[in-house]
Design a protein. Structure first.
Length: 216
């Protein structure tokens, strides 16, 4: 059985998940081909080698040809249903977006169907969520584990104004997950990143027993 362990020592976001998987050997061109089944355009993918803190890794980008669109949950679900993606990828992505909508609805005292996806409705977030599920399937990853999650402090500016960190949506998604404080005064955990992990991770904690094949 092939497993994956995400060591989130510097937090987690959607692009970080894909960057790590690509660095561990996932094929970017195969990912592009599979994402073509979404039947949406206006974006290109880029992965480049970079060095941070003396360590080599891969940084993943989604370059958009147009501005962010404001989408509702029904818009996201329609994109998935109209795609040629496998049913398990469609249902997984819809489940992640549904949880994001429910969290936003709770925070803003509205209904999930009425939530306007701002940052997380953009092409980059769709690619991050769908792409992560695609790549894990491509790599034959059957079970996923992750470390405890560090959270930063300070404030972040978004469409709703200036919010404290961890942001309210992120905190809601972190319920039931072991977290710890980081000294970093910046956003370490994004709603998209933690929503992806919540959907795929079996447990959060120490590294399980395994033989290491690839590192990203």
């Amino acid at each position: 059985m092939r497993i994956a362990y995400f060591d989130c020592f510097s937090g987690v976001s959607g692009d970080m998940i894909l960057g790590a998987l690509i660095d561990a050997g996932a094929d970017l061109h195969m990912l592009e081909s599979e994402l073509g089944k979404l039947k949406i355009s206006g974006f290109t993918l880029k992965a480049e080698k970079t060095t941070r803190g003396g360590l080599s890794g891969t940084r993943f980008f989604v370059n958009q040809d147009r501005s962010h669109a404001e989408r509702h949950l029904t818009d996201i679900e329609r994109i998935m249903d109209d795609s040629n993606l496998p049913d398990d990828i469609k249902s997984g992505a819809k489940s992640i977006f549904r949880e994001l909508a429910e969290v936003e609805a709770k925070i803003h005292n509205t209904n999930p169907g009425d939530v306007h996806f701002h940052e997380i409705g953009g092409l980059d977030s769709i690619v991050d969520i769908v792409g992560s599920l695609i790549v894990m399937k491509m790599m034959d990853i059957e079970t996923v584990y992750a470390s405890k999650i560090p959270v930063g402090t300070g404030f972040v500016e978004c469409d709703h104004g200036v919010l404290p960190l961890p942001a309210p949506a992120t905190l809601e998604l972190l319920k039931g997950i072991p977290i710890y404080a980081s000294s970093s005064e910046k956003e370490l955990v994004t709603p998209t990143g933690i929503a992806i992990l919540k959907h795929v991770v079996q447990s959060f904690g120490t590294i399980p027993e395994m033989k290491i094949e690839h590192i990203g």
